[in-house]
Every structure is written in structure tokens, then in C-alpha cells.
Design a binder for this molecule. Sequence first.
Ligand SMILES: Nc1ncnc2c1ncn2[C@@H]1O[C@H](COP(=O)(O)OP(=O)(O)OP(=O)(O)O)[C@@H](O)[C@H]1O
Ligand SMILES: [Zn+2]
Length: 750
Amino acid sequence: MADPDPAFPGSLFDETPAYSYAPADYAEGELVSVLTTQPLDRPLDYKAPPGGVADGAFVLVPLGPRLVMGVVWGRGRGGFDLSKARGINAVLPVPPMREEMRDFLEKAGAYTLTPMPAMLRLATRAPGLTDPPSMRKVYRMGEGEPDRMTDARSRVLAVLEEFGGLAFTLKELSEAAGVTSSVIKGLVKQGAVSEENTPRDLPYPTLDPSLPGKALTEAQEAAADDLRAGLRAGSYGTTLLRGITGSGKTEVYLEAVAAALAQGRQALVLLPEIALSAEFLTRVEQRFGAKPAEWHSGVTMTERRRTWKMVAEGGAQLVVGARSALFLPFRDLGLIVVDEEHDSSYKQEDGVLYNARDMAVLRASIAGAQVVLASATPSLESWVNAQAGKYRRVDLKSRFGAAVLPEMKAIDMRAEEVPSGQWISPALRQAVNQRVEAGEQSLLFLNRRGYAPVTLCRACGHQIECPQCDARMVEHRFLKRLMCHQCGENMPVPETCPKCEAEGTLAAVGPGVERLTEEATALFPEARIATLSSDLFSSARALKQAVATIAGGGADIIVGTQLVAKGHNFPALTLVGVIDSDLGLHGSDMRAAEKTFQLMRQVAGRAGRADKPGQALMQTYQPDHPVIRAILSGDEEEFWNAEAESRHQAGMPPFGRMAGIILSAEQADVAMAAGMELARHDGPIRAAGAVVYGPAPAPIARVRGWHRVRMLVKAPKGVALQRAVSDWVAGVRLPKNLRLAIDIDPQSFF
Ligand SMILES: Nc1ncnc2c1ncn2[C@@H]1O[C@H](COP(=O)(O)OP(=O)(O)OP(=O)(O)O)[C@@H](O)[C@H]1O
Ligand SMILES: [Zn+2]
């Protein structure tokens, strides 16, 4: 499916447009079907405009009194009085949506049970697509001579001379020459400077895959070869790139990116914590000589539109982005890398519920592209797929260079004496002191933001809760507020107990990172301590800056949440102390063991990444818990085998299928009654061989004032789950004041 167009990339640089309209599939007046982002249950029919129109064209159509954007989605259905049909108002000057993309949206919509208008919204998340192509004026050396030469004029011409044929904006040129814009306008009048209109959205700088990469180790080279072979095949395939932390997975998959670019195809790298990718962008630039396009919430609207258009036209070879980058209109996608593929942030938990990892595989299978799933601790799903031979598997078993995996040890908290209100054991304290003396860094890891998870009245026992949610308010001393981690509600810390009105009785209970910092400051008065938690930084830039300072040796002790577990390189870090290793083990989540295992191994992987060996100390009250033992033993295959076996026994994913149903309403009884009604009419579910559980109040029974009730559908593997669920839900009349969300393959059950 590789596009043989030799003009790729950056083909906008020559004068011909980088895309052309497909020959019109429908002549003027023929009836076509148009999908819009409006919440209608099907595409509407319109008449093709003068000149005809092709499938996939972006168009403006009248809907009631308004004009809305849509995409031509095949032949119209007709079946009504043709003279009543309205016409397409305009065909928009953006590249038509490729058939492959339409196919992807339909399949992804069918998989996640998402209506097509919502899918189209995902694929058109760029502003200004309906605007005329935006132009701007640029200035170059002209043919003519100025009537008289002034100092200012000669400076302008000198600048243009110096930069060869390059074009400048008015602002750039006047600044470079140190003249006012009227000087330049004067030169334009005389033809000495030429003024041209060019499209505002310019292609991204060309990445050069032939630049030399780092010299790879033998094992890395072998892994890179495997990935390159996949790309040479030119068809779909998925590879699980499983490499221990610090083994050079990034270096290896950049070689796969190079191979895709060398073929003239595009590549997409998905990262979980996109705000933290400064280091990654630098690595791309070092490898390919220029920065890639970025796509995430921190990117400006102008840049989003540029990326969207350039991806479609072929003026962007590589996109580094968050999960929604999967819905960009790639012209010829050859490779998708999902870095840290196990990360739970790939599952969208708001709006359209999709798992970017699974959708990447779907998109690639349609585009004839390769997928690389990279992780030190793959998800059980991917591990099982690799075991079953559905995915290829490539392993990197040792760290790069002199670095070795850290030694892992438990600190048995039952035997340690820790005063109440403190959490750092004497054993951990001693280990940190050693590092401070040796000039090395330590990380104290606690996966809890804020100062304290509970605020309790010592007089009456009341705990302060969110007024809207079934959740306790978390004290954030740095912000001087109590915050709800569910809905963001916040309030000042009250002086008196809201229940018994006693004064000065409210006490912080339990630790958060801010409190841990306080304790560390008291225990290690000589050390420089930095706290890394997402809410302590006002911007992604401030956070990046802090990370860079720490990496440069600007702290002795780092106190951090899971923000630090991912992808950072702190070369001087040799000790990781996990404050509460038991934190994730409890709770009803079937993935508790898997998630704890992944998080602990990732955090431990931050230590000893350079030449000095590292150590990870895990404080635990349950050193004999099977998960803790598996983490310590480092025998990952054994852990996965055991975990796979227990899920198999229970018929849980990936050995069975599940769908979560979340019903929410402003009145608790409305949600519960709807759940009962669904449960009574579960015919389509039973007919498919599946079972409905519930309704039951959700573990978090109220969010933002809405009461939540959950149901769970469990099915054996081969069942057509989506069909059964949609038939079931469609067969029950639900009240208007109820929200229903369907979560196929749920990851969380709150
Ligand atoms: N062949 C190589 N030559 C030079 N440096 C290398 C090489 N391979 C890896 N490195 C360096 O080793 C460090 C770890 O590599 P990289 O970040 O690619 O590993 P990773 O497996 O992606 O790590 P993690 O999963 O922990 O994020 C980086 O600083 C990287 O630049
Ligand atoms: Zn709340």
C-alpha cells in the first residue's frame, strides 16, 4: 500500500498542490450520503454540487438553518422525493478523507460502540478546516532596482542577499534588517523586493533517515533488524519490543522509524506522558536532524491545524503524539510505535472509550503498517498475544553499557520502628544517608499526590468529603486547599470541623508526597530535596525544567509520584525507596497485581541507569505476598505465567471478554431502576452466551453530583460481544435524564 509518489516528503515546496481531488465519483445532482459531526443517527443525503464530488471529500452542507462540515460517505440512500433534496454547499480545500481512514473510523466505531458522528469528531479535531486556505505574504529578492539607495534599503537587500533565495515574513525581514516595514513596502513598489502569497501551513522540516544513528550493541542491532524486516515486508504486523528498563528500546525503535521514513512512508510514535517528551524530541532531532510534528493538548491551535493538514498532504513525516494522534489523516502510514504500551493512560476514560494500543493495531492492519509495542513490563494482553504467536516478540535482556538492573530488596515494616506520623523506616533512612554522603541521588516514591489523603476531626471523627462525589477531600498544603481528585472541586482548609464545629481539631491522616517531603527535610537537613508531582507545577514547561535540573544533579533526594516512574533518565540516581509497596495490592481491580508489578518494576528501573549500580528498597507489611515476591525475584516470565493462569481460570480478559455499563443520573433511584430494567431484559446477552452482573452502585457511587450504577457483561472469548450489547441496550427504553456509557474491554471499574 506504499504510495509510490516520489515527491514525498515536503512536496508542497514545489508549486504543484500536494494533493489532487480524486476524479468525481458522483456527477452534479447525484445523491450522496454525507456524514457530519452532528449527533444524528445516520448520514444524510445531499445532491452533488456542480463539478461533482468524490467519496471522502470534506464538504459544507446545510442542516436546518446552519451550514455544517461533513464528509461524503458513499452513494445516497434516496427513498424520498428527490426534489426535496438539498445540495452540497461547498467542497472544502483539504485533502479528501482516504478510504482507509473511513474504514478505520467505521471499524473503531463498531468495536467501541461509538456513534459515527463522534468518531468523525475525533478525526477532525483541528480548528479552521472549513476556512479558505490561509495565506500569508512573504518577501524575497526581486528583479528590479531601487530608484535611489538609502542606508535602510541597502540593509534590507544585504539581508536578502545573505540568505540566498529564502523568503521572510514582513516582521522577520524588518527585524533582521533593523528597518521599518514601510522601507520594505517601498522596495516592493519598485520591484527590488518581491511580495508573494504562500500557504500559511508549511511542511515540517525534512527528517533525514540516512543520518548515522548511535552505534548499536549487537543485541540492539539484532532487534532493530527484526523491526526493519517487518517494514520491508510492506504489510501489517505487530511486534512486542520487550526490553528491560534502560536497554535502549528507544534507540532500537528509532531505527524502525528510520526504515519507514527511508521508504517514504510516515511514522507515528505514541507516548503516554506527552508533556514530558522534551527529551524525546531532542533524541529525534539528534537522530534525524530535525524535530517532528507534535500532537497533544499542549500544542497551539495553529500548530494543530498545520499538523493535521501536513499529515494529510505528506508534509509531516513523523508525528510524536498522545493517543488522539491515531485519528490524524496520515497519507501513507507505515509505522506506529506505542511506547510504554502497558500504560493505563492509553485507555481513554472520557467521551469515546477506546484503548489507543488496540486501535493502533486496528489502524495499522487497515493501512498495511507495522506496529511496535514497546515496554519493559508489557500488558498481560500483549504478552499473551505474543505467546500465542499473534505478535512477533523481540527481547532486549540487558541494560546498555555498564549499567545493570538494580538489586531489589524488601524492607519488612513489621520489624521496623517508625514513629506515628512518619513513613521513612530507619533502614531506608540509612540507605539514603549513604547516597547523600557519596554524592548520589535517591528517589523516595509514593504514588499519592497532595499532603494527606484524609482530613479527620479528632473530636467527632468526621472525615471531610467532596460535596459532589463519593470521595474524600485530599489536603494540598502547597496550594493551601482541600481538593477532590475525582472532580477537581476544591475549598480552603476549614478552621472548624464542618460537623461538630470544634475549633482546631482537624488533623491530616496518612501520607502524600508533600508530607513525605516535610519528613525528608527533617530527616536529611543537609540534603537538597525536590518534589515531583504534577500539581506542584503550573505548566508543562516548568515541570520539564525541574526534570532537567534534577537530571543535571540539582537535587540529592527526589520525592515523587508516578510522574517519575516513566521514561526519565537521572544518571546519578542509585537508590529508589518505595514508601508503600502495598498501596496498589488491595481493591477489587482484577489488574491490581499486574499494575503493581509494572509500576514497581518501572520505578525501580529509574535506579542505576549509568555506570554506578542501583538498588531498590521496597517498604512492605506483606513481604510474602505473591506479587511482592514476584517483583523481588525479578522472574517476570514466571509472574506473567501465573497471572495468565489465574485470569484463564476466572475467564477474565484476555481469555474472556467484558463490557462495562455505567448508568448515571442525578437521582440514585433513576440509575438503579434503569439498571434493573436492563437486567430484566437481558435476552440478547443470554442468547449470545454471555452473562450480565449487576446493577450495583459503582465503587465511586457519585461523581460531580451524578449517581453511578455499574453493570458488567462477561462473555467467553468467541462471542460477538458488541452486537449482543448493542441489541440489548437498544431493546430497552431508558429515561431521558439518564446517561449510559458502554466500556468495551474496561480497564478500570471505579
Ligand atoms: N547503542 C547505544 N549507544 C549509545 N547510547 C545508548 C545506546 N543504547 C542506549 N543508549 C543510552 O542508554 C540510555 C537508555 O536507553 P533508552 O532510553 O533507549 O532505553 P529504554 O529501554 O527506552 O529505557 P526505559 O524503558 O527505561 O525508558 C539512554 O540514555 C540512551 O541514549
Ligand atoms: Zn468531587
